[in-house]
Design a protein around this ligand. Structure first.
Ligand SMILES: NC(=O)c1ccc[n+]([C@@H]2O[C@H](COP(=O)([O-])OP(=O)(O)OC[C@H]3O[C@@H](n4cnc5c(N)ncnc54)[C@H](O)[C@@H]3O)[C@@H](O)[C@H]2O)c1
Length: 263
């Protein structure tokens, strides 16, 4: 693993990571810090759901700079305060990552209107609000980037995913529209669309025999025994999309799903 500051691809960049306490967002926060970014974690809970030190403490342990802000992305005042806290602490915002998310697999009959609103509130409204309230600061950055964590279920679905898949599809629409609206001002807006990735959220998939069988049957790629991504795999793509290496990429939705969507 690369050491902090060794390559410094994100040196000094202020990165707001919504949903950065656990899973994919946490891996992105840690990888960004190793690349020299100053990281602001906005999340409803501080402790990682998979265990271990809170992300900001882990970053400080490797001599990085990080701040935790308790924030609910579905609530506008909370998101405004997240953006303001980043600016108060570090003077601006260069990168926004929207990784906050909740799982939901329920039949149409079981999915209440409230479930649907909650899912869309965190996933779509959350990414919209974070973009809206970070944008004034991003526009002052030398190289602003927004990275939305969507899903392979933005493009495909399984039974029982009406709320989740519709919300994740909407994130792609948001990504494309923002890429067009802010392209002239130099803001790159892209989405990462992970397939099954080993986090607590997706444990019902990879942590059960039934789930593993489905994943094995649907996944074309094998890397030795491995066919499910780790959060680190997604984090490396997120580093690329936050760095100047991706300056000419915008409005894209990049799958990282071991080929699930190919057939
Ligand atoms: N794990 C997978 O297989 C997978 C696959 C495709 C897409 N995704 C997406 O990746 C993103 C991260 O998922 P993960 O697997 O790391 O899950 P996770 O549960 O490990 O992390 C999600 C984080 O979001 C936070 N969060 C939830 N609601 C919030 C809110 N209202 N405001 C602020 N923070 C909130 C949680 O506290 C948690 O820290 C999600 O958007 C998820 O839909 C995950």
């Amino acid at each position: 693993m690369r050491g902090y500051g060794l390559t410094g691809r994100l040196k000094g960049k202020v990165s707001v990571i919504a949903g950065g306490s656990s899973g994919i967002g946490r891996a992105i926060a840690l990888e960004y810090a190793k690349e020299g970014a100053r990281v602001v974690i906005g999340d409803i809970r501080e402790e990682p759901s998979e265990g271990g030190l809170p992300t900001e403490n882990e970053i400080r342990r490797i001599n990085g700079r990080a701040l935790f802000v308790r924030a609910d992305v579905s609530k506008e005042e909370s998101v405004k305060e997240l953006a303001r806290s980043a600016v108060r602490e570090y003077g601006g915002i260069d990168v926004l990552v929207n990784s906050a998310g909740i799982p939901m697999k329920k039949s149409l009959a079981e999915t209440t209107a409230e479930d649907f609103d909650t899912m869309h509130g965190v996933t779509v409204r959350g990414a919209f609000l974070a973009a809206k309230h970070c944008m004034p600061y991003l526009l002052k950055s030398g190289n602003p980037k927004i990275i939305n964590i969507a899903s392979n279920f933005s493009f495909t679905a399984l039974p029982g995913m009406s709320a989740y898949a519709s919300a994740k599809a909407a994130v792609i629409g948001l990504t494309k529209s923002l890429a067009l609206e802010f392209g002239q001002q130099g803001v790159n807006v892209n989405a990462i669309c992970p397939g099954a990735t080993k986090t607590e959220m997706s444990r019902p998939f990879w942590g059960t025999d039934e789930g593993l069988d489905l994943l094995r049957a649907r996944t074309p790629l094998r890397k030795g025994e491995r066919f499910i991504a780790y959060p680190d795999d997604v984090a490396k793509l997120a580093v690329f999309l936050a760095s100047e290496d991706s300056d000419m990429i915008t409005g894209e939705s990049i799958l990282i799903d071991s080929g699930w969507n190919v057939p």
